[in-house]
Design a protein around this ligand. Sequence first.
Ligand code: MG
Length: 359
Amino acid sequence: MNKSYNCRKTIILLIVIIFITVVTSGVFSKTKWKIHDTTRPVSPVITPGTAGSQDTPGQPPSDAIVLFDGRDLFQWRSMDGSPAKWIVNNGCMECVKGSGYIRTARNFGNCQLHIEFATPTPPQGTGQGRGNSGVFLMGKYEVQVLDSYENKTYTDGQCSAIYGQYPPQVNVCRKPGEWQSYDIIFHAPVFNDKKELVKQADMTVFQNGVLTQDHVKLTGPTNWTRQDPYTYHPEKMPLSLQDHGNPVLYRNIWIRELPAPRNSEHAPRPEYTLSMNTLKQFPGLYEYGSDSFLNIKMEDNELLAAVGSNDFHPIYAESDTKFFSKHVDLELEFKVSGDTVTGVDFFIAGGKIEAKKVK
Ligand code: MG
């Protein structure tokens, strides 16, 4: 009797301790805003896009970054950074067999992506050989593009599958040759300072306006016959489209970086992946003042900068010659004469320093 009373007392005490811990740890804590707080920042006003038809693509919303509007491949490169070899015809871009994947010049992480595609008509081939391409978020996480209209294949490889991981909830494919759309919400994986995974990537996909992937958590990069584990990568990387040997068409591609900025001052800084040939010109020692140096080196295809005896930090390209750091208030603009880098102007903590390349 006494024993069970004590036991009950202990359980009640434990419940009280857990309750207090949960409340004080902020699980139920409110945001800093009061309900209906009139001082809360106003959402930015943007103009919505328009719906398209089979004949005409719609308009993107006004704050989207347009990646392809039917005119040119200005925003696209081959994977090594050289000009993209797909062709543009009648307002569409077409995958050219053997030309390789293409990627955006600009890097993206968390995003809302709209992309339209049409698989070849009349259809040729079967299974994975029919109208195969793919949308690779960060060049690693594929939403399969396939002609899955009356075409059997393994379900985690059909159209709208997260390739090798999640079949779509429904098969909502249109016929070959008809325009289809993907609207994708993607959150990049998160890695900590030790480059360990702390949050998996997730993806929500609408195909032709119908939900096919509901906030699924990716097990790692997508691959054929393998489920690879996550390995560290930067928080933004180019988006790529697959050349699987089939002349799949694309049109009306636009992207919004997430979260949407509350105002233009907080708009994400554009970041690009340059070709190795461009990057290779920059490493070296740059001298300023008397015997002071800015040191640029390359590691794992990334440029790193150190001012004086400070640690090296990755620097990110915002154009072919301009770079910035995300860790310190450092901006660099390299001076290039012909094929030679002669120096760099760098801005650190607001001050401008000119340096000459000496090595
Ligand atoms: Mg594919």
